[in-house]
Design a protein around this ligand. Structure first.
Ligand SMILES: Nc1ncnc2c1ncn2[C@@H]1O[C@H](COP(=O)(O)OP(=O)(O)OP(=O)(O)O)[C@@H](O)[C@H]1O
Length: 544
């Protein structure tokens, strides 16, 4: 069970404490029932109820309330800590996973699982804990029945075991149906993102807007149907559970007397127990659906984690940048390297390579080629973001493998076409204010952006300006190799000139290596070497 798997990971001392205190609270509850039975017996026999019994009853009640409260509070704290640790662990895996593994996972699935499922679990698990406590109370009542009469205990236990078996069997199947709901929900989130990310496009085109809405309506309708189907199955199970409670009371009232010849007060005591048990039993059955939902939710979290584990790199030292032996590299080489994109049906949709390419320290290399010729793919292969399917990536003759890949990546700073602009220079917390201000001025952004309290004052900029801000971050990182994927394409003619005629020579003077994808043939004289790609392979070019 996934819930048990979650709990097993916690500190054993906390688990033991919760186990003991919950058991004590159950005993307290059984003690209360025993005392009530004793008082009822004294009344029936016409005796006066002793003050001593009342005091013991009140003390037991106080004990029960305190232990019950402590148990619930600790269990809740324990579960929330386990969830927080799980969330942290999964996100930590996401940040380290191989790029292709993450690209293959749908964004909707990742968000739904990490954000929504764990949030849902943090709300439902406390309710389940309450029900688990009720289950412990029921166990203690069962123990009390055993003290009263072993035959009754055997009959009730056999009946309970039968009910639990049927219930668990059905519940397992229903948890599977919830996976179907999750898949539909993830699809809906992906669909929903088109409304926000593609807002400009749909506001310019009413037909597109309507068609997207129609598609969304279809998906949300499908989700409703799946949820309804699933809900109907849960109603059946809930009904079974409620009927089961009444059947159990029926067994106590109608079946147990068969085992007791003549009058005995034991049967009345057991009936009193069954009346006390109805509340906790209802508490347990009322969370049936939540248990199923939590099981399925945790199942998705653990499944996402398993898929992430498959794309996780080998562990690296504490600071791969500090420890990187590649910072003093002389050349990086791809030898007969290939990389294939494979779709969800296993079909190869594009192959880059086999190609041979080398990048030498201090060089400025331009990469050209038509759209879809594989330039970005080759860049990602060269900096270790994509792992070649065949052939080699080497740095000064050292093969880049799982063990050293992160240390190798640390020599690169890149601005890809689909770059993400962070709102602060993460990883550069100790950067000098003056240095950032100098770069903002150099990038001619002083009238738009400031740098205050360790973050840029705005990211609401034009595309070209956002790229300049990304360039500032790149320069602050001060790494050995810069990769620019059509960086200049969104710059005005003045700043394009600044990039090619001032910044690139400046990088070269500082010993940096630059690999830039460009279509600006006016500036081809600004590089040391030019390579051209076509259909994923390198084709001969003229001089730089
Ligand atoms: N994440 C991806 N998943 C699957 N296929 C991809 C992915 N990225 C690119 N491709 C495929 O790989 C091919 C090469 O894409 P790539 O982005 O490397 O080309 P490019 O030369 O950089 O193009 P452009 O000049 O348009 O940016 C494309 O035809 C595309 O179909």
């Amino acid at each position: 069970m996934n819930i048990l798997r979650l709990i097993r990971g916690g500190p054993p001392a906390s688990r033991r404490f919760i186990f003991v205190i919950t058991g004590l609270s159950g005993l307290g509850n059984a003690g209360l029932v025993g005392l009530i039975n004793q008082a009822a017996e004294q009344s029936l026999l016409g005796q006066e109820i002793s003050l001593q019994l009342l005091i013991v009853y009140l003390l037991t009640l106080a004990f029960f309330l305190v232990s019950n409260r402590t148990s619930l509070q600790h269990a809740n704290r324990f579960v929330q800590a386990r969830l927080e640790a799980t969330r942290r662990r999964v996100v930590s895996k996401i940040r380290k996973v191989d790029l292709r593994t993450l690209e293959r996972m749908g964004e909707g699935d990742v968000y739904l699982t990490v954000a929504q499922e764990t949030d849902h679990l943090s709300q439902t698990l406390p309710l389940i804990i309450g029900a688990a406590q009720s289950a412990v109370l029921l166990l203690s009542l069962l123990a009390y029945v055993a003290v009263l009469s072993l035959v009754s205990f055997a009959v009730v236990t056999a009946f309970l075991a039968l009910g639990i078996m049927v219930f668990l069997n059905r519940q397992k199947a229903l948890t599977g149906y919830l996976t179907e709901v999750h898949v539909h929900e993830a699809g809906l989130i992906d669909n929903l993102s088109h409304f926000t990310l593609g807002f400009q496009e749909i506001r310019l085109n009413a037909d597109k807007n309507d068609a997207l809405f129609a598609h969304f309506s279809e998906r949300t309708g499908e989700l409703k149907e799946v949820v309804l189907r699933d809900g109907a199955r849960w109603v059946t199970l809930l009904q079974f559970s409620n009927a089961f409670i009444l059947l159990l009371v029926g067994v106590v009232v109608f079946v147990l007397p068969i085992f007791f010849g003549g009058y005995t007060d034991t049967i009345y005591k057991i009936m009193a127990v069954s009346v006390f048990a109805v509340g906790p039993m209802a508490a347990v059955t009322s969370v049936i659906r939540l248990i199923g939902r939590a099981e399925a939710g945790l199942g998705h979290v653990f499944d996402l984690e398993r898929r992430l584990d498959e794309g996780l790199p080998a562990k690296t030292g504490k600071s791969p940048r500090e420890n990187s032996p590649f910072r003093s590299f002389s050349s990086i080489e791809l030898t007969k390297a290939t990389f294939r994109y494979v779709d969800s049906e296993g079909m190869i949709t594009f192959t880059a390579g086999p190609l041979n390419f080398s990048l030498n320290r201090g060089e400025i290399v331009f990469m050209t080629g038509g759209n879809g010729s594989g330039k970005s793919t080759v860049l990602k292969m060269l900096c270790g973001l994509y792992v070649p399917d065949s052939g080699l990536l080497t740095c000064d003759g050292v093969e880049i493998r799982k063990e050293n890949r992160q240390e190798f990546r640390e020599i690169f700073s890149a601005i890809f076409t689909d770059f993400h602009l962070f709102d602060r220079p993460f990883g550069l917390e100790h950067v000098e204010q003056e240095e950032v201000e100098r770069l903002i001025e150099r990038m001619e952004l002083s009238d738009k952006v400031g740098f205050e309290k360790g973050r840029f004052t705005t990211r609401d900029l034009s595309t070209g300006q956002r790229k300049r801000l990304a360039m500032i971050l790149c320069m602050l990182e001060d790494r050995e190799v810069y990769i620019f994927d059509e960086w200049a394409a969104d710059q005005d003619s003045h700043f394009r000139d600044v990039f090619y005629r001032e910044m690139l020579p400046d990088f070269k003077a500082r010993g940096k290596t630059v690999l830039a994808v460009t279509h600006d043939d006016r500036y081809w004289d600004c590089c040391d070497r030019r390579v051209s790609l076509d259909l994923g392979t390198i084709v001969p070019t003229g001089a730089a």
